[in-house]
Design a protein around this ligand. Structure first.
Ligand code: MLT
Length: 387
């Protein structure tokens, strides 16, 4: 047996697992400490009743012979795929065939698994800082990665690659910086992909947090994107499904990859749980929409509070307006882990060290607005008193 040699090039632990280990160690040493969590982007608001009712009803159906269901289609039920098209795309003038939409157990897995479609011999460009799964998946596949620096100097929006690349990962609204792209900025990337025959993997997990009208929610709002882009969506961040598990990927026929992705899913994926698909469908009902929008509004208000609270503490902050993340420069020229440890030890506040998202994240930490509101308010008080 020979192991995949590229695994040895990965950091020892996945970022959020690494943070968990440090937090657990702190807890063991300080069993009475009341930790306030603003680290991983995990939701805290309860699901709207209509979604829970849909799951209960779906579970009940499985208890009866006449309504029992076995394997779900590998790409998801057509009623959900069509509902997604009707709701998330048609109002923006974007139309897909239901076979171009693939229901999944979540965006995280899709973003890792999509890497399987591509030859090892592809040059990949990834924003830095970035969601670590894109980097890890491509390291596992042994690919050459070039990083696109996202710095204060470029408003955390990367320049087009200096050398031609084959695959580009973009995430907007961005995790972790909270930066967004205007239509004109996104058009530059679509044009680049056409010129260089590259593919863009567009992570739209946070599109529900956009407030500004000139910010595109989908890369397909840009003409010509269907030929050059795959888009990944998550119900985790839009509807609070981090435990329910559901997401979807759009693979337009024009990319030439739709049949390949279907082939991959049929072999390696046995379909998203029926109960989760019914839950996802319920998010699109009027009551479901009302409930999830109220939760998004809650997180956005928490993001504003965090942004202001950190500013009041004299800290330099970015993001948080069209995204649930606040990107905060460490004071005193500290590095990311020093500030992370300071926040943990002095304030009992859990953040995410920016350098965990890439070298250009050094000197920053990220705060998540998915935190529970009273915890966020208390965390800000503790930070203001201790900075
Ligand atoms: C994050 O905190 O960056 C995300 O919640 C992690 C994820 O979505 O897997």
């Amino acid at each position: 047996m020979k192991i995949n040699p590229y695994y040895s090039q990965l950091p020892a632990n996945y970022l959020f697992h690494d943070i968990d280990l440090r937090v657990q160690a702190y807890r063991t040493q300080h069993p009475d400490a009341r930790l306030l969590r603003m680290g991983i982007g995990d939701v805290t608001r309860p699901l709207p009743r209509v979604i829970v009712d849909a799951m209960q009803q779906a579970a009940e159906e499985l208890a009866h012979e006449e309504s029992f269901r076995g394997y779900c289609p590998e790409n998801g039920y057509e009623w959900l795929r069509q509902t997604i098209i009707d709701h998330d795309f048609a109002p923006r003038g974007i139309h897909f065939h239901p076979d171009e939409v693939f229901i999944s157990e979540g965006a995280g897995s899709d973003l890792g698994n999509l890497s399987e479609l591509f030859d090892r011999d592809n040059k990949v460009a990834i924003m830095d800082p970035t969601y670590p799964a894109y980097v890890d998946a491509n390291i596992m596949a042994g690919r050459e990665i070039s990083f696109l620096p996202c710095l204060k100097e470029n408003q955390f929006v990367p320049e087009l690659p200096a050398q031609p690349v084959d695959i580009i990962y973009l995430c907007f609204p961005n995790n972790p910086t909270g930066a967004v792209l205007t239509r004109d900025q996104l058009r530059l990337w679509v044009d680049y992909a056409h010129r260089h025959h590259s593919l863009i993997i567009f992570d739209a997990a946070y599109e529900a947090y956009i407030s500004s009208p000139d910010i595109p929610h989908s890369i397909y709002e840009i003409e010509g994107a269907r030929e050059v882009a795959i888009e990944v969506h998550s119900f985790s961040k839009s509807a609070g499904f981090t435990s329910v598990r559901c997401g979807y990927v759009v693979v337009p026929f024009e990319t030439g990859l739709q049949a390949m992705w279907m082939r991959r899913q049929c072999t390696k994926y046995n379909g998203t749980a029926y109960v989760s698909q019914r839950a996802a469908q319920a998010t699109f009902t009027p009551e479901g929409q009302k409930g999830i929008r109220a939760n998004i509004g809650y997180y956005k208000a928490t993001a504003s509070l965090i942004l202001q609270g950190l500013r009041d503490a004299g800290l330099e902050v970015y993001g948080g307006e069209n995204a649930p993340y606040i990107w905060c420069r460490a004071p005193h020229r500290w590095d990311s882990w020093t500030f992370f440890e300071y926040l943990l030890n002095r304030c009992q506040v859990v953040s995410t060290p920016g350098v965990g998202f890439g070298r250009c994240g050094e000197g920053f930490v990220r705060f998540s607005a998915f935190a529970n509101r009273p915890a966020a308010i208390e965390a800000l008080q503790r930070i203001q008193e201790n900075i």
